[in-house]
Design a protein around this ligand. Structure first.
Ligand SMILES: [Zn+2]
Length: 122
C-alpha cells in the first residue's frame, strides 16, 4: 500500500508513521481541520441562539403552549438542544439553555423558563 500526504496527496517515503510530505502540509492540514471544527461549532451556536430567541419570545408573548407545526414555522430546529432528560415515562424534557420544553403526543409544545441553581439548569 503506497502512502500519501494527507494534505496534498504526494507520495511519502519517510518513516512508517509519516503523514505529511512537509511541515507546510502538516500546518495547512491542521489549520483546515480547526477551521472546519470552528465552522461546525458556529453553526450549532447559530441554531441554539435562534431556538433560544424563538422560545423566549413565545414565552414573553404569552404562548407557553404552542403546536409543533407553529413552532416549526418559526424556524425552530427540533434536532439541536443543550440538554435532555426523561422525567416521566414517555415524556422527555428538552432544554435550550434556560428554556425548557416538552412535546406531548398530540404535538403540543409546553415552554417554561428554569432558574439557574448551582450552575446547572434543572
Ligand atoms: Zn503534502
Amino acid at each position: 500500500m503506497s502512502r500519501t500526504c494527507l494534505r496534498c496527496g504526494a507520495p511519502l517515503h519517510g518513516r512508517i508513521d509519516q503523514k505529511f510530505c512537509s511541515d507546510d502540509c502538516r500546518t495547512d492540514y491542521h489549520n483546515e481541520q480547526r477551521r472546519l471544527r470552528e465552522k461546525e461549532l458556529r453553526e450549532v451556536n447559530r441554531i441554539l441562539s435562534g431556538n433560544w430567541r424563538i422560545l423566549s419570545e413565545n414565552l414573553r408573548n404569552g404562548r407557553a403552549r404552542i403546536s409543533v407545526p407553529e413552532l416549526a414555522s418559526q424556524n425552530f430546529n427540533f434536532q439541536i438542544y443543550t440538554a435532555t432528560q426523561r422525567r416521566f415515562p414517555g415524556r422527555r424534557t428538552y432544554w435550550c439553555y434556560n428554556c425548557a420544553y416538552t412535546v406531548s403526543r398530540s404535538g403540543i409544545v409546553r415552554i417554561s423558563e428554569t432558574a439557574c441553581r448551582n450552575n446547572l439548569y434543572l
